[in-house]
Design a binder for this molecule. Structure first.
Ligand SMILES: Nc1nc2c(ncn2[C@@H]2O[C@H](COP(=O)(O)OP(=O)(O)OP(=O)(O)O)[C@@H](O)[C@H]2O)c(=O)[nH]1
Ligand SMILES: [Mg+2]
Length: 310
């Protein structure tokens, strides 16, 4: 384990660019960390495990480097076809990166899930940095114990404690990850923060709003598809409005009622919350029309999965 050693001479001044990904069990704080480092919300987050369902890229533009940060779904024991697909996405990402950041929360004991992931990534080419996340949730003594437990878990090039919420040590993490990038011209244009299409980001913001306050299996059953996103042609250019039509899918009729809520109250709240976030993202006023539909057992059905973009 090492923290800061510079012995590469003048290659240090050459421009570096490449890819890093965060891996870890569900809920470890990967997406929150990616958002914190990029400084923009590129990925949705929630208190429920298995929030992220696709690979999200964010670009951090430094003076002498460009770090493309990839957030991946939490690696877990799959119970559905969706789960298997998500794990495949994670494994596929490993072959595309220069460095892997293994995220382990400071406030939970190192467990079987973490050991499983270490076993999986140990044999790979990219170096692995262990990132102890959510350090704001523990005191110094507990953090010290966790750092020892994590460093005994595998052969990591560094072990770095961070908090995405307080911002503590994010700069150090970026600096250490950037050292693993190869000399390379920049990979993405200066103004690019993410390659996530707006339509997908909008669907994700709606899903994030819909996840708020739902429990048990329901978070896993929710999927969102944006069907249409068009400027309202009747509006003057000085007062534009974007009309968005989206479907919220659940797996069973009983879940539909929960998402809609009594008198449609819950769905209205979800719509209001999502609309605010979408307006902030796109910088324009939005009319949002949400429908709740049932796609029976979609997490287990290959055809439905394809239709929902997996
Ligand atoms: N206090 C604190 N909470 C955090 C921090 N980072 C993440 N969290 C919380 O931890 C929960 C999970 O965060 P996510 O970023 O969604 O976790 P994830 O690893 O991306 O989860 P999956 O996408 O399900 O694999 C959320 O409630 C976050 O607000 C942190 O640094 N401090
Ligand atoms: Mg995530």
């Amino acid at each position: 384990m090492r923290l800061t050693v510079d012995n590469r001479g003048d290659t240090e001044t050459a421009f570096r660019a490449g890819f890093a990904c965060f891996v870890g069990r569900p809920n470890a704080g990967k997406s929150t960390l990616a958002n914190g480092i990029i400084g923009t919300k590129i990925a949705i987050t929630s208190t429920k495990p298995q929030t992220t369902r696709h690979v999200v890229r964010g670009v951090l533009h430094g003076e002498n480097s460009q770090l493309v940060l990839i957030d991946t779904p939490g690696l877990h024991k799959p119970k559905t076809l969706l789960g298997e697909r998500l794990n495949d996405l994670v494994r596929q990402t490993w072959s595309e990166v220069d460095v892997i950041g293994l995220c382990i929360p400071a406030d939970e004991p190192v467990g079987r899930g973490d050991r499983f992931i270490v076993g999986e990534i140990g044999e790979l080419k990219p170096s692995v940095i262990a990132v102890v996340t959510k350090t704001d949730l523990v005191d110094k003594g507990r953090l010290a114990q966790q750092l020892v437990a994590v460093s005994q878990l595998g052969d990591f090039s560094d072990v770095i404690p961070v908090s995405a919420v307080s911002g503590d040590q994010l700069d150090t993490l970026v600096e250490v990850m950037s050292r693993h990038l190869p000399p390379s011209p920049q990979l993405y244009p200066d103004d690019m923060i993410t390659d996530e299409p707006a339509q997908i980001m909008v669907a994700e913001l709606i899903r994030e709003a819909a996840l708020e306050g739902v429990r048990d299996e329901l978070p896993h059953s929710i999927a969102v598809v944006v069907e249409e996103m068009l400027p309202d042609e009747d509006r003057p250019p000085s007062d534009p409005l974007l009309r968005i039509f989206a479907d919220i899918y659940v797996e069973r009729t009983s879940q539909k009622g929960i998402v809609i809520g009594s008198g449609g109250g819950r769905l209205r709240e979800v719509g209001t919350r999502a609309r605010r976030e979408i307006e902030a993202l796109l910088g324009t006023r939005v009319y949002l029309d949400l429908h709740v539909r049932v796609a029976k057992d979609w997490q287990r059905d290959p055809k439905q999965l394809r239709r929902l973009g997996f």
